[in-house]
Design a binder for this molecule. Structure first.
Ligand code: ZN
Length: 374
């Protein structure tokens, strides 16, 4: 796993007890991506072995609104349960509360999030970290309290304690040690994503953790590094032995119906402005670059089918949903992303199993540069 303090191989682990067993690395679709399918009446299935329902809580009030278990809680539960039911029996189901504000979660916040997940029928219950600045002792006590609490409500669920990547490396390492003390009883660990460009030491701690018998999942992954360097972040962290990855819920202005819906960007985007995952380069150029000049989309997945952009947009308009062409194209790009990125993880898994991850990245110059590979 490690050579001279640097990971070189990634890892393949088999996660058992899921429906069915699966090997990593894996891409985990999230509820926002499922919503894109619903918006476009797209029925073809995904067969990913893990599914994550995810919500953003960008303000403390949004989380506090769940406390009284009144209408807000019921609406949230209905939404999460609807998503989870769709995958129950086909995939391992889990939930990720994306905490988008600074500050600590109270015991009450964490308890309500755990109740929400159990009532919604999730197989794996996320135990949020009270805050990235909490001590390892507080992190450990929180884990034990809520592990016991979740097991008391439903002894069949597994718990996944979450740790923020974005924190002091010594503290991060000590929290991994707390998790390691429970190895075998505890079989999964969740990471709250932060860029490997900024938190490399912590990803190296994750790589060191890789010899343990624990499934390491990362939630809230940014789609790409930046507009200037749109390298896929989902495909970067397998380098450090992260076993499965799920994207972040986009901010509200991309998320029709979210609490801040209506705060649209200043200029109206067109379909050719939409970012699109390209397997060959593991990045997100705009569609104008991918299929400008009437070239067909380079992907044979059920969403793209190697059609031209014009034909694609015309086909979407014919659905009669009344949505903007750019909005529909963005939804289509999300559906494509799950198919194409999952297929690319299938390729990477074989390369990792044959100790060829470095060679694999050699054929992806943008990723190779991002990871600082020689
Ligand atoms: Zn596609």
């Amino acid at each position: 796993m490690l050579a001279g303090g640097e990971p070189t191989t990634g890892r393949v682990v088999r996660v058992k007890g899921a429906v069915p067993d699966f090997e990593t690395p894996q891409r985990v679709p999230i509820s926002t991506e499922v919503n894109a399918k619903i918006d476009l009446h797209f029925d073809d299935p995904w067969d990913n072995p893990v599914f994550e329902a995810a919500n953003r809580f960008d303000k403390p009030d949004w989380l506090a609104a769940l406390h009284s278990k009144n209408g807000r809680y019921s609406a949230k539960l209905r939404d999460v349960r609807g998503h989870v039911n769709r995958f129950t029996g086909y995939a391992l189901t889990k939930y990720y509360p994306h905490i988008g504000f600074q500050g600590s979660l109270s015991d009450r916040d964490i308890r309500i999030l755990i109740e929400l997940q159990i009532e919604a029928g999730c197989n794996v219950i996320a135990i949020p970290e009270p805050s990235p600045t909490c001590t390892p002792a507080v992190f450990g006590a929180n884990l034990e309290t809520f592990w016991e609490y979740a097991s008391r409500i439903n002894q069949d669920v597994a718990v996944m304690p979450y740790v923020h990547i974005a924190q002091d490396p010594a503290r991060f390492k000590a929290k991994l040690r707390v998790v390691a003390e429970h190895e075998h009883a505890l079989w999964c660990l969740g990471l709250v994503y932060a860029s490997p460009a900024h938190y490399r030491p912590n990803y190296l701690h994750v790589a060191e953790f890789g010899h343990r018998d624990v499934w390491v999942h990362c939630s809230g992954v940014r789609k790409y590094q930046s507009y200037v360097h749109p390298v896929s972040q989902l495909h970067s962290v397998q380098f450090f032995g992260v076993d499965s990855v799920a994207l972040a819920v986009p901010r509200a202005f991309y998320n029709r119906g979210g609490q801040d819906a209506g705060a649209m960007p200043a200029s109206t985007p067109t379909p050719s402005d939409v970012r699109y995952f390209v397997r060959k380069s593991l990045d997100y150029p705009k569609l104008a670059q991918v299929c400008g000049g009437g070239k067909p989309l380079p992907c044979p997945c059920p969403a793209c089918g190697k059609k031209t952009l014009d034909d694609t947009v015309a086909g979407l308009a014919a659905l009669g949903t009344g949505d903007e062409p750019a909005f529909q194209t963005r939804a289509l790009s999300k559906i494509h992303d799950v198919y194409a990125s999952t297929a690319e993880f299938d390729v990477a898994r074989i390369e990792i199993a044959e100790s060829r991850l470095s060679e694999y990245y050699n054929s992806k110059p943008a990723m190779k540069a991002f990871l600082g590979l020689p």
